[in-house]
Design a protein around this ligand. Structure first.
Ligand SMILES: Cc1cc2nc3c(=O)[nH]c(=O)nc-3n(C[C@H](O)[C@H](O)[C@H](O)COP(=O)(O)OP(=O)(O)OC[C@H]3O[C@@H](n4cnc5c(N)ncnc54)[C@H](O)[C@@H]3O)c2cc1C
Length: 456
């Protein structure tokens, strides 16, 4: 719980100085699957304004939610009907850089891509990054976003302290001395209050050398233990109905960065990374019976062994995907190969027309209460696809299968756990909920997403 002693600041109790922006604002998430029209929408510029809004919402007896960049596939950032929504997009500055101790203090609304650029200017970098640069820092932390690497935790493990505006509109600095609140707030789903500033552990800027190659799935899965031991960052990508998987290995290097891509390579990269995938996805809707052939084509576009060297954030954040839906479940790391083989048997055995890739990534065990890697090393299995069959057939089948592998959900992605089931699936979910109820007894920061997970 929050330690005794005064909060850093108490919200002013005078009339509000900040006005809502636009009462007609409608928020839609990136995947265009979730939307809400809040009664009020705010974009505060500093923590005082955040505290004012929290105070006013509590006085007005409405629900309040903070939205990041809207990249979550779920309704996590939605305000309930007649609720208020707040975005910290104007709170996006780097406040302090301490190169000696490897710490940076930033405002929580900064986008990861902007943060990476600003860190690079100081010859610094984050060691853990999700595959996309668009999320806000606070949003990525709130759902325990992750990259890949057996020696790396989720992004929240890079936090050394944070500033939190709690439901009573007080501003607190939360650090590991406040062990429980810290373990909850570094991935708090916006259910504990508003994260306004974050101090992150950073490292000197580094280059990565990336090697990508295709290999028959069984060969790649047999080689997994060795590759995971030999390489810092490994991911495995499989297009259903294709015999080969793509293996991507990344390691630190002092080799100079690759020269900018030539035209043919650039065209090839743009084709494989985005346009060809989009075209193939569209064709799978028109000709679902040709999904196996079209997936083979998508895989063929990404053929060949390629090595490149680049700035760490440019290679760790690689996705520029077309619109899709995604489920991602974390299973014990040791069961990764078994799970991918079982998924292949399921999809191909039942001829499910899966038109998106399956990706395996890894994370080290951590102590973050709502992290899927809490207390155990995990392999994340990500299932991406689009089309009606996804919700009706593929995701339910994926869910049932992954339950057999003791799966825990990534809370920024679609999941099919029943209401309250999370309390049994995530070992520290009950502790999180108890803390949430103590901090927020009236449910100011609860929305449907939070209520489904933890109850009203
Ligand atoms: C194409 C794509 C690729 C992705 N790749 C990865 C990946 O590689 N790894 C991974 O782990 N995830 C990945 N994700 C998921 C994504 O990282 C998470 O959903 C992340 O939470 C999105 O951040 P956001 O800023 O968009 O937050 P939002 O989706 O807007 O919000 C997420 C949560 O954060 C809370 N929140 C936002 N700001 C604050 C704040 N200031 N204080 C308190 N709570 C706050 C919201 O209330 C909400 O509960 C991917 C998503 C997409 C669409």
């Amino acid at each position: 719980m929050i330690r005794d002693g005064p909060a850093l600041m108490v919200a002013p109790l005078r009339a509000m100085a900040i006005s809502p922006e636009n009462i007609d604002y409608t928020f839609r998430n990136w995947a265009q699957t979730q939307l809400c029209t809040p009664d009020r929408f705010y974009r505060p510029r500093n923590v005082e304004e955040v505290a004012e809004i929290v105070h006013e919402a509590a006085q007005s007896d409405v629900r309040l939610k903070v939205v990041g960049a809207g990249l979550s596939y779920t309704d996590a950032p939605l305000s309930p009907p007649r609720g208020w929504l707040m975005s910290l997009e104007h709170m996006n500055r780097v406040l302090e850089v301490d190169k000696v101790n490897g710490r940076v203090r930033v405002q929580a609304g900064i986008r990861l891509g902007d943060l990476n650029e600003l860190l690079a200017q100081h010859r610094l970098a984050l060691e853990v990054l999700p595959a996309i640069s668009e999320p806000s820092l606070a949003g990525a932390l709130a759902t325990a976003s992750h990259g890949t690497g057996c020696d790396f935790g989720v992004l929240s493990t890079c936090v050394t302290s944070l500033q939190l505006v709690t439901p009573d509109a007080e501003v607190h600095e939360v650090d590991p001395d406040d062990a429980d609140l810290f373990a909850a707030a570094v991935a708090g789903l916006g259910a504990l209050g508003v994260v306004t500033e974050v101090t992150l552990a950073v490292v000197p800027a580094f280059l990565l050398e990336e090697t990508r190659f295709a290999e028959p799935m069984d060969v790649a899965l047999d080689a997994l233990p060795r590759r995971l031991a030999d390489h810092a960052h490994v991911r495995v990508v499989w297009f259903p109905y294709v015999t080969k998987v793509e293996v991507v290995c990344q390691d630190r290097t002092s080799t100079p960065p690759s020269r900018p891509l030539g035209f043919v390579r650039w065209l090839d990269d743009r084709l494989t990374a985005f346009h060809a995938r989009r075209l193939v996805a569209w064709l799978t809707h028109v000709f679902p019976e040709h999904v196996p052939r079209l997936n083979r084509f998508a895989r063929w576009l990404a053929r060949g062994r390629r090595t490149r060297v680049g700035r760490s954030d440019h290679l760790l954040a690689y996705a520029s995907p077309h619109r899709h839906e995604a489920m991602e479940y974390a299973i014990p790391a040791a069961r990764a190969a078994e799970a991918l083989r079982a998924l292949r048997a399921l999809v191909e055995g039942e001829r499910i027309p899966v038109n998106g890739e399956v990706e395996l990534r890894w994370a080290r065990a951590d102590a973050v209460w709502l992290s899927p890697a809490q207390g155990r090393d995990v392999c994340y299995v990500r299932a991406a696809a689009n089309g009606q069959f996804v919700t009706e057939e593929y995701f339910p089948a994926f869910h049932r299968l992954m339950r057999d592998f003791d799966a825990r959900p990534h809370l920024g992605c679609v999941h099919l756990f029943e209401p309250l089931e999370l309390l049994d699936v995530m070992p520290r979910a009950r502790a999180f909920d108890a803390l949430r109820r103590r901090l927020d007894p009236t449910g100011l920061f609860a929305n449907d997403f939070v209520t489904r997970l933890f109850g009203p």
